[in-house]
Every structure is written in structure tokens, then in C-alpha cells.
Design a binder for this molecule. Structure first.
Ligand SMILES: NC(=O)NCCC(=O)O
Length: 383
């Protein structure tokens, strides 16, 4: 069964000889992540509520002129608590309750910014290509029930909340978008960021529901640092990460929904590479579990109709600008990953590696502008 391996890290811990494990971790993960000392009450609450809780810290060197800028982020991955054919409002309410419990534990762990998985209030039902009932999960980003719910959480816990939802845009004919709503720790709506790249791969039939986002690459100035949201499939586009970084993002969240057979080998690479290339922290989050749909659907590959999209493998993690990363959360269980980071590390790594300084952006911009023209002639040197 695709979900059987609990996590790569637990497998390594079990099978690599102890005298070699530290070196293996240094090569694979950039070192042994510092474990956070999380409150016992939080660990017990997580156990009682049946989700994994892990915490890691990233260090930066002390500086003379800047104080450390320590922030704690929380990444939440979860399964659907109820079957996909349960009434829409009942499913949404159950997801709100689940997240409320998990955010409560994040608050006990001192989390300043929390981010949920892509389209967290609903099944990832776009594989079915059916409109109802799935489009009924869409809500206003500005004043829908989920945004109101998140505003209450933000105020209660003094926490920035990143809430990726299916958005219904009433201002523009009620059309749908795949949108992350960003709520300040004051409870005020800071803004929204729409998914720029819509997949056309496998059963990810999302273009049946919404179009490529039109909000560009917004970066949100919060009390705890500048953040951006690169939703799921945008992970495969290095220029998408780059543009959030160009706008000053220090932490880029990547709320996702993706399955093992399609992307699991890419998962540890792409967001981590983006952290390295852009001198920032990246936080990819993936949902967990296998979602079952009553009506069978086909995949356009000659295969039989089926009821499941595949196994969402969780494995949420945080990558740092120096290339180090935390272990991933479980491949099969709900989880909260707490990562403490000193944002001073972004500039320190930038000063060391100088990718922003050495990047030939003017050359790329000029050549890209040429390359997108219909009668572009590629620069190929022939004998
Ligand atoms: N949700 C989504 O964009 N999934 C596409 C598959 C992937 O990017 O791995």
C-alpha cells in the first residue's frame, strides 16, 4: 500500500548504523536539525487528539547591529475527518473543528504564523471533473465563514493565519479561484494570493474549475516577517519562487495537495532548492490520506474508472536558505510541524553566496522578452 512507509526519516533512523547516521543526515539534510523543547502539555494534547507534533530550530550567527529575528511557523497537514459524500456544511464544520484543535496546540508551542494545506476546507475533488457538490465548498476570501473562523483564531492566539481555500469571487460574476487568504495576527484581513500555475497533469483537473491567478506575487508584511504563498503546482516553477523573493519574501509557504505516484520524488527537492536559490525559508505542506469518491472517474489514460486519486503523502517540512531542512512529518498521519527560525539567516546566506548579486536578471529579462515572441529564433550555434 502506497501509504505504508511512515516516513523516510524513521526508516533511516531504523536502518542506518548509528555511527554513520550523523554523516548521512549531514549529506541528506544539511545536518542534524536542532529539536525544539516543546511544552509537555502540547505533546500530550497532540497525542490525545491523535496527531504528530514535531519541532525543530534553525540557527543564525549573532550580529552586532541587528537583533535576532526569531519567528516560529506552524505547518499543518491533515486528512479529511469525514467521507467525501457527507453534507458540505458538515464536512466544513468538521474540518474547522480539527484545525481549531491543531491551532490550539500550535499556540501552546508559541507559533507566530500558521499555514494550512491547499484547499483545506474540502476534499481535493477536482479529479472527478464534477461540479456539484464541490463548487459549493467555495467561499468569499473577504467575508466567507472560513475567513471569519480564521480571523477569530488569529485574534485569539495573536497568530498570522494563512488559509488556502477555494474562493468564490462574487465581485466578478461569482467565478472560482484557488486562493490563499492571509490574516494578520490582529485578526484583520491582510490580503490574498491566488494560485498562479494550474496543473494539467494526471488527475489534477483543476483547470475545469478555475483559471491561473491574477494577483501576481504579493508579499505580506507581518509583525513576524515578510511572507508569501506559492500554491502547490507553482512549486515546479523556479521563476514563480523567484518573483516572490524579488518582492522581498523571507518565508514562502507552499500549501499543496499531491500524490505519491506523481510527485513524491520531486517533493524534497523543489522547495528546498527554492530556499537555497532565493535566500529564504520555504515551507511545503501536503495533505495526507486517500480520498474516496462515490462516483468513479476516468483518468484519460485508457485505464478503468476508479474512485480514488491516490495517496496524499504528507511529508511537510521546512527548508532554510543555507540548504538545511527539517525532517518531514509523517506520510500517513495528521501533523503539526513547528519550526523556529532566525530570519537574519536570509541576509547572512545572501552575503555568503550572493545569488541575488550575481544573478544576471537583466540578461534573462531581455532574453525572456525575446523568447516569448511568436517568431523568436533560438540562439543555436551550428557547425
Ligand atoms: N494541487 C496541485 O496543484 N497538484 C498538482 C500536482 C503537483 O504539483 O504535484
Amino acid at each position: 500500500m502506497a501509504g505504508a512507509l511512515e516516513s523516510l526519516e524513521s526508516c533511516l533512523e531504523r536502518h542506518i548504523p548509528p555511527e554513520e547516521l550523523a554523516e548521512v543526515k549531514r549529506i541528506l539534510y544539511g545536518g542534524e536539525a536542532r529539536k525544539l523543547d516543546l511544552p509537555t502539555a502540547a505533546l500530550s494534547a497532540a497525542q490525545e487528539k491523535d496527531f504528530e507534533l514535531q519541532g525543530y530550530g534553525f540557527e543564525a550567527a549573532p550580529e552586532q547591529l541587528r537583533r535576532p529575528r526569531i519567528v516560529r511557523v506552524g505547518l499543518i497537514q491533515n486528512k479529511l475527518p469525514l467521507p467525501t459524500d457527507t453534507a458540505v456544511a458538515v464536512q466544513v464544520a468538521a474540518l474547522h473543528r480539527r484545525i481549531e484543535d491543531m491551532v490550539g496546540v500550535a499556540a501552546m508551542c508559541g507559533v507566530n504564523i500558521v499555514c494550512f494545506q491547499e484547499a483545506w476546507t474540502m476534499p481535493f475533488a477536482f479529479c472527478t471533473r464534477e461540479k456539484l457538490p464541490w463548487t459549493e465548498f467555495a467561499e468569499s476570501a473577504e467575508d466567507g465563514p472560513t475567513t471569519k473562523f480564521c480571523q477569530e483564531l488569529a485574534k485569539k492566539y495573536n497568530m498570522v493565519v494563512v488559509s488556502p481555500i477555494l474562493e468564490r469571487d462574487e465581485l466578478h460574476g461569482g467565478i472560482l479561484w484557488n486562493t490563499a487568504v492571509v490574516i494578520s495576527n490582529s485578526g484583520a484581513l491582510l490580503g490574498k494570493s491566488r494560485k498562479n500555475h494550474i496543473p494539467r497533469v494526471g488527475d489534477f483537473n483543476e483547470s475545469t474549475y478555475y483559471m491561473e491567478g491574477n494577483t501576481g506575487h504579493p508579499v505580506f508584511q507581518t509583525q513576524f516577517g515578510t511572507i508569501a504563498v506559492n500554491i502547490c503546482y507553482g512549486r515546479h516553477h523556479p521563476l514563480n519562487w523567484l518573483m516572490y523573493s524579488m518582492n522581498g519574501a523571507e518565508i514562502i509557504f507552499n500549501p499543496s495537495a499531491t500524490i505519491g505516484s506523481l510527485s513524491e520524488a520531486l517533493w524534497p527537492i523543489e522547495a528546498r532548492n527554492a530556499a537555497i536559490a532565493n535566500h529564504c525559508f520555504t515551507c511545503p505542506i501536503n495533505r495526507v490520506g486517500t480520498e474516496y469518491y462515490k462516483n468513479a472517474f476516468t483518468s484519460g489514460d485508457g485505464g478503468k474508472a476508479h474512485h480514488e486519486l491516490g495517496h496524499f503523502y504528507g511529508s511537510s517540512y521546512v527548508a532554510a536558505p543555507d540548504g538545511s531542512r527539517t525532517p518531514g512529518l509523517s506520510r500517513t498521519q495528521d501533523g503539526l510541524l513547528v519550526a523556529e527560525m532566525d530570519l537574519n539567516l536570509c541576509r547572512q546566506v545572501s552575503d555568503k553566496w550572493n545569488f541575488k548579486m550575481t544573478g544576471r536578471y537583466e540578461m534573462y529579462a531581455e532574453k525572456l522578452a525575446e523568447a516569448i515572441q511568436p517568431f523568436f529564433i533560438p540562439n543555436i550555434i551550428k557547425e
